[in-house]
Ligand binder design. Structure first.
Ligand code: ZN
Length: 423
């Protein structure tokens, strides 16, 4: 079995682990372990909130969550020989719930508008929670009736450390956005926050300096990070740009399943678990493969694994706000409309608003861009697999062209053998 390079005790928060991980991005966070290119290894992870969410029937923990220690990440892993300009090739070999749990579980939260929010937080401002039983391939929830689906397990968050220059660039552009509306709730972006920062084994004045600069882990950025790609499952390969010596690969925020958009914010089925990875290096790969633009990103090869759901009901949205305000080619407004249309539809089958919202965030929903050129309306569609429901969620009020009293014609008695049949 692959060597475990990062071990987790599920009963302890990240800061109390034998080798602690981190919850900010900074080039000076010391490596927790090192490995050579060409090796496979295991990494264990806590859930992204550092054990704050309980397997119970109250959403108080979601409402009162402290987001300052999030996301807790395992790593960094130093890959020997990696230098800025290289590509770190990462294969996802396996991923699962913690081996020590007899009854693995995960959770989904709708964050309160006052504490985190989510894509539809203006419509659904209160905190809610769903607990999921993770049994073999399947997820089902005692809080959401008649739904069961195959999870496409993936790391929500995986990336290499930024260089000092790249980090400074992030902080500058995100602060400029915050400055356009500094009092907004929820905020436009999250600036560096020393409170509850965990930077591996860094301490003292080194820690103080780095904690004041280190980037929050919430957004995806040029190094990867919180990419939340729902199909990034076992069998996928990632090509990460390397910005610092050793690459310093970190990851966490394991998801059992997620719908495109992860719309409730704590929106996937969040879990602790393990992931097996293999790493290789392409020297000078950034230049070789066109990662030369200022806003280049990692490149992915997606896995061949996917649940065999072939029937969908599809909802569309266009870039117009609820009050009729016309937006110009806004995919965000369009995605919002598609989600709200899907929720309204699911409500006619007995789901509550929040149950429907959580289904869209967790089940393998496909979000697709239909058009971004037909001024003024961007158009998106979301594909909801009908086979994840144990009830029929298609419209049944369609007049049938088939007859329920239909019978086969039958000729009783012996065949008339005297009759000659000419073909
Ligand atoms: Zn997550």
């Amino acid at each position: 079995m692959a060597e475990t390079l990062f071990k987790i005790d599920l009963n302890k928060p990240m800061q109390d682990q034998e080798v602690p991980g981190h919850n900010r991005w900074h080039p000076d966070i010391p490596a927790a372990a090192s490995t050579d290119p060409g090796t496979d290894f295991r990494i264990e992870c806590l859930d992204w909130t550092n054990n704050q969410i309980k397997n119970d029937d109250s959403a108080d923990d979601i409402r009162d969550i402290d987001l300052t220690p999030c996301h807790v990440l395992s790593g960094p892993i130093h890959v020997n020989g990696a230098e800025p300009g290289d590509l770190l090739v990462v294969d996802i070999l396996d991923l699962g719930t913690p081996k020590e749990l007899d009854e693995p579980w995960g959770y989904t939260g709708i964050f309160s508008q006052q504490n985190g929010g989510g894509f539809l937080t203006d419509v659904y401002p209160d905190a809610h929670k769903a607990i999921w039983d993770l049994r073999g391939l399947y997820a089902s929830s005692r809080h959401i009736p008649d739904v069961q689906f195959v999870g496409i397990k993936h790391p929500g968050l995986i990336g290499c450390a930024p260089s000092a220059d790249l980090l400074a660039k992030w902080n500058k552009r995100e602060q400029a956005l915050i400055d356009t509306d500094p009092d907004r709730v929820p905020p436009l972006a999250l600036p560096p926050l020393p409170q509850n920062a965990l930077l591996g084994t860094l301490t003292g004045s080194e820690f103080e300096r780095a904690a004041g600069e280190a980037a929050r882990t919430i957004p995806p950025r040029e190094h990867g990070g919180n990419c939340d790609i729902k199909n990034l499952t076992v069998g996928s390969r990632i090509y990460f740009p390397v910005y610092v010596d050793g690459a310093k690969l970190s990851l966490g925020d394991l998801h059992f399943s997620q719908g495109d958009g992860e719309i409730t914010f704590c929106g996937a089925i969040e879990m602790a678990g393990y992931i097996d990875l293999g790493v290789e290096l392409i020297k000078g790969g950034m230049q070789k493969y066109g990662m030369t633009r200022p806003m280049h990103m990692p490149i992915f090869e997606m896995s061949h694994l996917e649940p065999r759901y072939s029937s969908n009901i599809v909802f569309e949205g266009i870039g117009v706000e609820d009050d009729g305000t016309q937006r110009y080619l806004s995919i965000t407004a369009a995605y919002r409309q598609a989600c709200l249309n899907a929720i309204e539809y699911l409500k006619t089958f007995g789901y509550t608003d929040e149950q429907a919202y959580i289904i869209l965030g967790t089940a393998p929903i496909e979000g697709r861009v239909a058009g971004v050129v037909d001024i003024p309306n961007a158009a998106v569609s979301i594909y909801l697999p009908t086979e994840i429901f144990k009830r029929n969620i298609l419209p049944t009020e369609v007049p049938a062209r088939t007859r329920s009293d239909a019978q086969l014609p039958r000729s009783p008695g012996e065949p008339d053998i005297n009759e000659t049949h000419v073909q």
